[in-house]
Design a protein around this ligand. Structure first.
Ligand code: ZN
Length: 428
């Protein structure tokens, strides 16, 4: 089957809006998570390959830059060395009684099967921006000014592929943003090469990871948001405490969110992380697949099964288990989202739509909530898309087994899109 090219339109800038998360109940938290994905505009026409691609490999050093607005003197005790050691370089925390690495560098290495590392990453700052907070309605302008300020203060950015800017207060237009900066170093293999986060970023490695998710996606595409709670580009991007707020009662320090989980299978396809040989395309009839877990895959087994649908959409089937960074709780405290799909191991069925990239969802049981464990498929369960005549049966799922799952996909091809409303599809 030849590759199918889809045309998508996406903004070059990726503003990312996160709802304030303090002192709100879980239901509203979920609602806010589901609705946070906002893209401000559409300006770049790009071609999106439907099938897996391979990106360039090797180290991509990040220059982490700390900048303060000219009218905001408080840097909350954060230092360049501190953020490097708590977020970027390997660092150990205690999680469920185990010692685990909570670093972005470790997660990137695992998610890319060691093909991409952040080796050479360094941090610099603080530097002072030339203007006050109010004069930066577009956050990337503050980011560009921060890059200039760092260079003016002797920072040589030539060794770095990416820049990550942290500022000491809010951003005016988002919680985080990625953009294309003018950098002297090795060209980014993707369109985007820089990210900026507000002061919340110091306690929110998942927010930084969210922006990296945009950056890692293939050239011209820039990533997309999802409604999936098992993906950093969706509800998986939790926030830590707000340094500008008092420490919560009963806590002795600001709580830092865990950098996890890794990206969903469809995102990893967009990032070029899944080799073609590990990404079979369902071609009709009945096919049974032995499937590996998505993270730390088992040798010789596919990690993502694509089921093409009419109109350029597709299902992407994967198996998520609690291994590596996918074993971390999204947030090890009372902000932990109990309905998070990563709380339960199982098979995920994502609906990837090219026409509305922000509507990517995980498929749930009929009437279920696709942002909850309703979207986790276990042994004996069958997903039915009546409209397209497709069934996806999980004949076996064993998180510690080899294979991790056995999946049978069947297409009757006898029904039409007109019956879609009667299918078990639940799309948010
Ligand atoms: Zn975003």
């Amino acid at each position: 089957m030849p590759p199918i090219n889809l045309v998508v339109i996406i903004n070059a800038l990726q503003p990312c809006l996160f709802a304030e998360m303090d002192a709100i109940d879980m239901k509203s938290l979920k609602a806010k998570f589901v609705s946070f994905a906002v893209v401000a505009g559409f300006s770049v026409l790009a071609t999106l390959p439907l099938q897996a691609q391979t990106v360039a490999t090797g180290p991509r050093a990040v220059a982490v830059l700390l900048c303060q607005y000219s009218d905001k003197p408080n840097t909350y005790g954060y230092t360049a060395a501190g953020i490097l050691n708590t977020t970027w370089l390997p660092n150990n925390i205690t999680m469920n009684g185990a010692t685990v690495d909570n670093s972005i560098s470790g997660l990137i290495a695992e998610a890319t099967y060691g093909n991409i590392t952040l080796t050479g990453t360094q941090a610099f700052g603080w530097f002072t921006l030339p203007n006050p907070l109010a004069s930066y309605p577009v956050s990337s302008n503050a980011g560009d000014d921060c890059i200039t300020a760092a260079q003016s203060n002797g920072v040589n950015l030539t060794p770095f592929t990416y820049v990550a800017v942290y500022v000491n207060d809010v951003l005016n237009d988002a919680s985080g943003e990625s953009w294309t900066a003018t950098l002297p170093g090795p060209a980014s293999p993707t369109q985007l090469n820089a990210l900026i986060v507000g002061v919340r970023g110091f306690t929110s490695p998942p927010l930084v990871l969210h922006e990296i998710g945009h950056i890692l996606c293939l050239s011209g595409y820039g990533g997309s948001h999802t409604d999936s709670f098992s993906d950093p580009l969706g509800g998986g991007a939790a926030l830590g405490d707000d340094p500008m707020q008092p420490i919560k009662n009963g806590e002795t320090a600001l709580r830092v969110a865990s950098v996890s989980p890794e990206w969903d299978a469809s995102r990893r396809e967009l990032m070029g992380l899944i080799p073609t040989a590990s990404n079979p395309q369902f071609a009709g009839g009945t096919q049974t697949y032995n499937l590996s877990r998505l993270t730390q895959p088992l040798l010789g087994l596919p990690t993502a099964i694509d089921v093409p649908l009419p109109g350029g959409t597709k299902y992407v089937i994967s198996a998520r288990t609690h291994i590596g960074y996918d074993s971390y709780q999204t947030f090890p405290n009372d902000l932990y989202i109990t309905g998070d799909t990563m709380a339960t191991e199982g098979v995920r069925i994502e609906l990837f739509t090219s026409t509305n990239v922000d509507a990517h969802v995980e498929m749930s049981n009929p009437g279920g909530d696709p942002t909850s464990t309703d979207a986790v498929w276990l042994t004996g369960q069958t997903y039915t898309d009546t409209a397209n005549g497709i069934t996806i049966a999980v004949t076996n799922f064993n998180p510690t087994g080899d294979p991790t799952a056995q999946i049978t996909v069947t297409s009757t091809g006898t029904q039409t899109q007109a019956h879609r409303a009667q299918s078990s599809l639940k799309v948010r």
